[in-house]
Design a protein around this ligand. Structure first.
Ligand code: BGC
Length: 439
């Protein structure tokens, strides 16, 4: 039901000429949201939580602690998602809970995850389960983490154990979340644990993650006939201001290869039943020396950004999806979102991004679903609780959940399986205006 509408059909409020058709998504398109275990569950003891306790590591000084307490509140969170019309949910399991000591598996934790997955199926959701979303058990980190050659076999042991436990509830297996982000932030840029800054470590880790993916892929397929296995890749959309100049064109191609595609080359193109696209960043290469590389900070151009200063560029989602088409498998938008206290900004970004997804489908991309990041506010890695990514607000003192207006807008889109033309008005509004409210 729509409240407060300033115009009605058949005259379009934007162009004032005529009504336009709703942009219909293919039937069966999946609408949902994503989370990850460490960011929402609370009560995790892993390499990351240990690192959080060292002063200065988390930007706003918080620790994940109880996070959004989803470990205990999953039923009501999933009820909300269902009420908001979600037909898909992406979540992850926490390796350190399931295997707290090497080779020792916690039956209670496994049973708890089974209950969570069951709860999603009960609510009619298509379930995507991520097996590694940035966090590792402490014992694994102590054994050398992903730098060690042993990492692949250790991950394989974990995966082998959980497949039979969760198989009846999982529709889409996502082995590893953003191997490129994890390897670069943790092993090249030194921002995340274990804070390494080494090209060699980065390369080794990427190779191990690729091998781990391939092994997990084979294991899952060996046990489940029609399994769908892939990864969620962080995809940059890239442009160069001087694309006609040879060196800048080459830089653009190299960045595209190393960030967007290298992992798939290492893991093997055949080992992807689908590609998950996580889209957040548009990169603009600016002129610099032949062997140097500079990107433009969108703030210098006074472009609109999120609360984290990340440029809001929905068109980049179109480019990212089209870029991933080359693998010839179905695509899911496994993450797309922004940190914004100002929810009008989120609504505008949402309509823009979904419109771009629609156009990519029209242009021939086989996109099967879209997961907004994130269902609820959560712990944003080295930045703490301050960034608000949720379509549902969390009051961390009381753990009260309050769906934001954007959640209702999304529900409306999901229900219609499309974007009505009057929603385009969001695109033309400033951050301070609310053109429509959906309830
Ligand atoms: C990650 C999420 C993270 C989000 C926003 C993605 O790279 O998968 O865990 O919260 O981006 O930074």
């Amino acid at each position: 039901m729509r409240k407060k509408s300033s115009t009605s059909s058949p005259v379009c409020a934007t162009c004032k000429i005529h009504d336009h058709d709703t942009l219909h998504f293919p039937s069966g398109f999946l609408w949902g949201a994503a989370t990850s275990s460490h960011q929402v569950e609370g009560g995790n003891e892993n390499e990351w939580s240990a690192w959080e306790r060292e002063p200065g590591n988390i930007l706003d000084g918080t620790e994940s602690g109880d996070a959004a307490d989803q470990w205990n509140r999953y039923e009501s969170d999933f009820d909300l998602a269902q009420k908001l019309g979600h037909t898909m949910h992406r979540l992850s399991v926490e390796w350190s809970r399931i295997e707290p000591e090497p080779g020792q598996f916690d039956e209670e934790a496994i049973a708890h995850y089974r209950d969570m997955l069951h709860a999603l199926k009960d609510r009619g959701m298509t379930v995507m389960l991520t097996l590694h979303h940035f966090t590792n058990p402490i014992w694994f980190a102590n054994m050398g983490g992903w730098e060690s050659r042993k990492s692949v076999a250790l991950f394989e042991r974990f995966v082998r154990r959980i497949i039979p436990e969760f198989r009846e509830y999982v529709d889409l297996w996502c082995t590893i979340n953003e191997p490129n982000v994890y390897a670069s932030n943790s092993f090249l840029r030194g921002e995340w644990p274990p804070q390494r800054k080494s090209v060699w470590a980065y390369y080794r880790v990427t190779r191990h993650l690729a091998r781990a993916h391939r092994r997990a892929y084979k294991l899952i397929h060996a046990q489940i006939d029609d399994a769908k296995v892939g990864i969620a890749q962080n995809v940059f959309s890239i442009e160069s201001y001087q694309w006609w100049e040879f060196d800048d064109y080459i830089k653009m191609r190299l960045l595209n290869y190393f960030w967007n595609h290298h992992f798939f080359s290492l893991a093997g193109r055949r080992y992807q039943d689908y590609i998950g696209v996580n889209y957040y960043f548009h990169v603009r290469i600016r002129k610099s020396g032949i062997f140097s590389f500079r990107t433009m900070d969108s703030r210098e151009e006074h472009r609109e950004g999120s609360d984290l200063g990340w440029e809001l560029y929905p068109n980049g989602l179109f480019q990212s999806i089209m870029n991933m088409r080359q693998y010839g498998v179905p695509i899911y938008v496994t993450e797309n979102g922004l940190a914004a206290v100002n929810d009008h900004r989120r609504s505008r970004f949402m309509v823009g991004s979904l419109k771009e997804t629609y156009h990519a489908i029209r242009a021939g991309a086989d996109v099967r679903g879209y997961c907004y990041w994130s269902l609820i506010d959560n712990f944003e890695w080295n930045k703490g609780f301050a960034p608000r990514f949720g379509m549902i607000e969390v009051d961390y003192k009381t753990q009260k959940r309050t769906p934001r207006n954007s959640a209702f807008l999304f529900a409306h889109i999901a229900k219609m399986n499309g974007i009505s033309h009057d929603m385009f008005r969001y695109l033309g509004h400033s951050a301070h205006e609310e053109p429509e409210t959906y309830v």
